[in-house]
Design a protein around this ligand. Structure first.
Ligand code: HEC
Length: 95
């Protein structure tokens, strides 16, 4: 008898834990916000922060490649920084 009461309680705890972790703010994926944090931390050290929209999506890859060794980030951190920049880059066909 005890067991029948215990199980639904456990289920509620599990579900609330699951939904608690699953709720990240809409519109910003976790890796983009991490990328933004790396950008803010690393990219103003030698020159002013040059914002993603100041270069186009086709200009950024070469710039990022030159910068890979300039910043102290792991490859994973550099990837999420690159994703953040490319997500905000200017479109190539806009004036
Ligand atoms: C260790 C110093 C240093 C850091 C840190 C640094 N930069 Fe630079 N950045 C430079 C130098 C030097 C140049 C000029 C030479 C070049 O273009 O590679 C430059 C140039 C640039 C340019 C202009 C390139 C062009 O061709 O228009 C952009 C955009 C840029 N950096 C973005 C960034 C971003 C984004 C970050 C963070 C990932 C960053 N920088 C971090 C040293 C740095």
């Amino acid at each position: 008898m005890k067991r029948i009461i215990f199980l639904p309680g456990l289920l509620i705890i599990c579900l609330s834990l699951f939904y608690g972790c699953a709720s990240t703010p809409k519109g910003s994926s976790p890796s983009l916000s991490a990328g933004k944090a790396y950008y803010l931390k690393e990219c103003g050290a030698c020159h002013r922060h040059i914002r993603p929209e100041e270069r186009t999506a086709s200009e950024w890859p070469a710039i990022l490649e030159r910068h890979r060794i300039r910043v102290s980030l792991t490859p994973e951190q550099f990837d999420s920084l690159s994703q953040y920049i490319l997500a905000g880059a200017k479109k190539d066909n806009s004036p």
